[in-house]
Design a binder for this molecule. Structure first.
Ligand code: HEM
Length: 479
């Protein structure tokens, strides 16, 4: 590569250090040692790590045409993951992204409010029981169950309550898909070139039986929708509608401004979605949405429990906006401080702590030559805790996110949902979900730290940033 960087090991490159010390810790350490641009080996794959926000703007937005794809991964080259938005490439990705985007517009999200409100009522009931018994609650377990209920409702048209029934089959099977045994995951991660063989041997990150269980649910729901004329408003319906499309000129989401980058080339002539794409992307809402959203809720509740002055300020805002009303879309329109608390949580605990882009044509980024085929690594956690943009970076301080403070900062110093045409398609959906969950809780209860709490939360060494230990809190009903 001709760049400085940590010494790679045979076959595994720098993956050993990253999995042992933690991805977030390694990038911080290497930035100190090698600067804002250096080289690493992700197993045998060389990659340029870029911390510089100006260069990230070039890659993620300005020169997007040269960086439209993520890493081409043999790990994910297995049914159904290969047909999901995350792993699709070039025109195929553009086509599916354009087709799915309208399902995430503000208008569509408002239609999903009743599902989220039902889950919020169950959440409040559950917290009430815990508060009455004075029990400690692990915020991650609580948030996982809530997020699973919302995912089942909005993605699969199912009404489940994992909060009251942790053995709910939908939740149990979903967890089997999401969390293959650690050794299976590690094997694929360290030796991606062996993935095709491992998949054939059944040592797969796409376990057959649980996936078939989910496909049967999706299939039954689709059949029902084709037979009746009910007006369904969830993600599954967006996918069903997409299959019926006659033309390929679906309007892209009017709220994003990357239309040119999302135009397919003239040689692309596929229409609608295939059966495979529908099933894969329906299941993908689980893969991409459930855990990240749960993580946002869990860390936000924990931070509020550990920062009573922020909690009070948020409760004042929620009381002023909602009074005793049920939580609704006002969490988005009337609660700027809630947004600031969420942003600060995602700054410190971005679930996607590392993003990537593959270069598809020789390109110059400032003075750096990036050859075709090179993988770019974007160390989100390091960018979010760079003291140049974030003084006293590890302090939880929502005031960093006022519009005045934002205007003084580099726009590419904060990217919990990625940035540009390839950003998170579920961003508004997940923000709505996290805000509704947290607002309905703090409207009625005050979370606080208990004897078992370790605050601030330690983060795990895993490739997805999560809590290292349980995040215990208690709830007190508000007067
Ligand atoms: C707090 C919650 C969430 C966080 C922090 C989050 C974060 C992210 C990030 C960092 C990316 C990669 C962006 C990039 O490469 O620039 C991503 C992609 C994606 N997310 Fe999310 N996400 C969340 C919730 C959701 C939800 C609820 C859904 C769906 C219902 C979803 C669906 C997706 C999909 C499909 C992609 C791939 C998009 C593409 O390649 O076009 N996410 N997300």
């Amino acid at each position: 590569m001709g760049l400085k960087g940590p010494e790679p090991r045979f076959i595994i490159g720098n993956m050993g250090q990253m999995t042992k010390k933690g991805f977030h810790a390694c990038f911080k350490e290497w930035e100190k040692e090698y600067g804002k641009v250096y080289g690493v080996y992700r197993a045998k794959q060389p990659s340029i790590v870029i911390h510089d926000p100006d260069m990230l703007r070039e890659i993620m937005v300005k020169q997007f045409a040269a960086f439209p794809n993520r890493q081409s991964s043999k790990i994910a080259d297995v049914k159904p993951w290969r047909s999901t938005l995350q792993f699709l490439m070039d025109d195929h990705w553009r086509h599916v992204r354009n087709t799915l985007s309208p399902g995430f517009s503000t208008g569509k999200l408002k239609h999903m409010l009743p599902v989220i409100q039902r889950c919020c009522r169950n959440l409040v009931k559950h917290v009430q029981q815990k508060a009455e018994k004075g029990e400690d609650v692990d915020t991650k377990v609580l948030s996982n169950a809530f997020s699973m209920d919302v995912t089942a409702g909005t993605g699969f048209g199912m009404e489940v309550c994992c909060l009251q029934n942790p053995e709910e089959p939908f939740g149990v099977v979903a967890n089997q898909i999401l969390y293959p045994p650690q050794w299976v995951f590690t094997l694929h991660f360290l030796f991606p070139f062996l993935s095709p063989v491992l998949h054939t041997l059944g040592i797969s990150i796409a376990p057959k039986k649980p996936i078939q269980y989910m496909f049967d649910i999706i299939s039954a729901a689709i059949k029902e929708r084709r037979q009746d004329n009910k007006d369904y408003k969830d993600h599954l319906q967006t996918l069903v509608d997409a299959q019926r499309q006659k033309t390929d000129d679906t309007p892209v989401d009017p709220e994003i401004d990357h239309r040119d980058d999302l135009k397919t080339s003239s040689t692309w002539n596929r229409k609608g979605l295939t059966e495979d794409e529908i099933y894969a992307n329906s299941l993908n809402f689980l893969l991409a949405g459930y855990e990240n959203t749960a993580s946002g809720i869990a860390f936000l509740l924990y931070n509020l429990a550990g920062s009573p002055h922020c909690l009070r300020k948020l409760q004042d805002e929620v009381d002023a906006a909602l009074g005793k009303d049920e939580v609704d879309y006002r969490v988005v329109s009337d609660m700027p401080y809630l947004e600031m608390c969420l942003n600060e949580t995602l700054r410190l605990y971005p679930p996607g702590l590392m993003l990537d882009r593959t270069c598809i044509a020789d390109t110059e980024i400032k003075t750096l030559h990036v050859p075709k085929g090179m993988l770019i690594t974007i160390p989100v956690y390091s960018v979010h805790t760079d003291p140049t943009n974030w003084p006293d970076p590890l302090k939880f301080d929502p005031e960093r996110h006022t519009s005045e403070a934002r205007a003084t900062r580099h726009p590419f110093s904060f990217m919990p949902f990625g940035i540009g045409p390839r950003n998170c398609i579920g961003m508004r959906m997940s923000q709505l979900e996290v805000k509704m969950a947290v607002a309905c809780i703090v409207q009625k209860f005050s979370p606080f730290l208990c004897e078992q709490s370790v605050f601030p939360a330690k983060v795990s060494t895993h490739v997805r940033l999560g809590p290292e230990e349980k995040m215990w809190i208690k709830f007190k009903p508000r007067a």
